[in-house]
Design a protein around this ligand. Structure first.
Ligand code: ADP
Length: 384
């Protein structure tokens, strides 16, 4: 492999029952190989634990003929860095302990990240392992944006504040916007709308994040595939008292069976659009789900316009943001008076990173494919 001369980074994203991997050439900015092992530890799954899952990945890498000696670093996506970590961090035993300790803030994610790190350090013992935190980019949120209006002592004692997530994607996309516009990131005010299964918005002033829609956990903010996003916390008290739902049932309700899935039965946006267009009662439910999704998105765009004062660019990214032109049009429709216009022809054609506003628009609207793996690989490469 010619890529071997410049070195490769193995990027790992370990979930509770899956490990996604991508072997990245950070210099070329390309993925050499990618894949995933799913259903780890589940009945019928291919392997019983993460260690065996990683050995499976190891074998896939070997079978593909890649010289594993070219792997010069391993980059790990870690969901929650809490107040401890923001910059990409060289992993030591101490760092692993601290990430495990932060599991209290991210019980669904950090434990799996730790297991992934532990097995990978055994498998690739001679290269630097680097943790890249999903919360990291939002470390810069000003106190007014990061704080919840609750009892100060309670908040301090339990680390309750807004941390934000998808930071790697928001930072990467804002950087790409600057490159596409031929401007310095320091001179640009950007709104990034990351619309995937999980969804989040951010306001970025001069390359520094000043607002984002996710909070203590990735549950706050936009409507998502299965998560409710913003909701009156009083709903939880009411459901506890009136329906007898306990804390785990409420967690399950808001994280796994709300959002688009709760509203119309499907969390995949393509299926939602098909269901809506097919009509009938199911179509009506899907139409309402779409409307709530888009309405929430517009509210955030409006709020972030006010937060930033001047917005140079609005960028759509991730599965829905990159592939659903109607969402982009509907979310920004009727904002001409604010200098925000989506050109229908541009929005409906083309591929990849591109401008979809007219040339003379005060605010440039763009589609920018995200690439979290590349961003993690580049961050890990700094330690080689
Ligand atoms: P994840 O958060 O899991 O990384 P993605 O960024 O891949 O998610 O986004 C997944 C979402 O993107 C799904 O809801 C999927 O339906 C949606 N999506 C993918 N392609 C299209 C498309 N052509 N039109 C509408 N939605 C799409």
């Amino acid at each position: 492999m010619t890529a071997a001369s410049s070195g490769l980074v193995l990027v790992l994203n370990s979930g509770s029952s899956s490990i996604k991997f991508q072997l990245v050439d950070p210099a070329a900015g390309t993925a050499v190989l990618s894949g995933l092992v799913e259903q780890i530890g589940e009945p019928g799954g291919p392997v019983t634990d993460h260690g065996a899952g990683l050995r499976l990945i190891h074998r896939q890498l070997e079978d593909s003929g890649i010289d594993l000696a070219a792997v010069a670093a391993v980059g790990h996506r870690v969901v929650h860095g809490g107040e401890l970590f923001h910059a990409p961090t060289l992993i030591t035993d101490e760092v692993v302990r601290e990430i495990a300790w932060l599991a209290e803030l991210a019980p669904l994610h950090n434990p799996a990240n730790v297991i992934g790190i532990e097995v990978a350090r055994k498998d690739f013992p001679d290269v630097p392992h680097v943790a890249v935190f999903d919360t990291g980019f939002f470390h810069s949120l000003p106190p007014a944006a990061a704080g919840y209006a609750i009892d100060r002592d309670v908040a301090t004692r339990y680390g309750i504040r807004r941390y934000g997530f998808h930071g790697t994607s928001h930072e990467y996309v804002a950087g790409e916007v600057a490159t596409l516009l031929g401007r310095e990131p320091g001179g640009l005010n950007v709104i990034v709308l990351h619309l995937g299964n999980g969804a989040s918005a951010s306001a970025i002033r001069g390359g520094v994040a000043v607002e984002t829609s996710m909070g203590l956990t990735p549950l706050e903010g936009l409507v998502m595939g299965t998560r409710s996003g913003d909701i009156d916390p009083g709903v939880l008290f009411h459901l506890n008292r009136a329906a007898g739902l306990d804390i785990d049932q409420l967690d399950e309700l808001l994280n796994r069976s709300s959002g688009l899935k709760g509203l119309c039965g499907v969390n995949d946006f393509r299926e939602l659009l098909e269901q809506r267009d097919a009509g009938g009662a199911a179509g009506e439910a899907a139409g309402l789900a779409y409307d709530i999704y888009v309405h929430r998105l517009r509210k955030y765009v409006g709020a972030y316009l006010a937060v930033l004062g001047r917005v140079d660019a609005i960028a759509f990214t991730a599965g829905v943001g990159e592939n659903a032109p109607s969402v982009r049009e509907d979310a920004l429709a009727g904002l001409d008076g604010l200098g925000i216009v989506v050109d229908r022809a541009r929005n409906r054609s083309g591929k990849g990173a591109r401008v979809i506003s007219p040339d003379d628009s005060p605010t440039t609207v763009l589609v920018v494919p995200t690439n979290e793996e590349l961003a993690i690989a580049r961050a890990a490469w700094q330690f080689v």
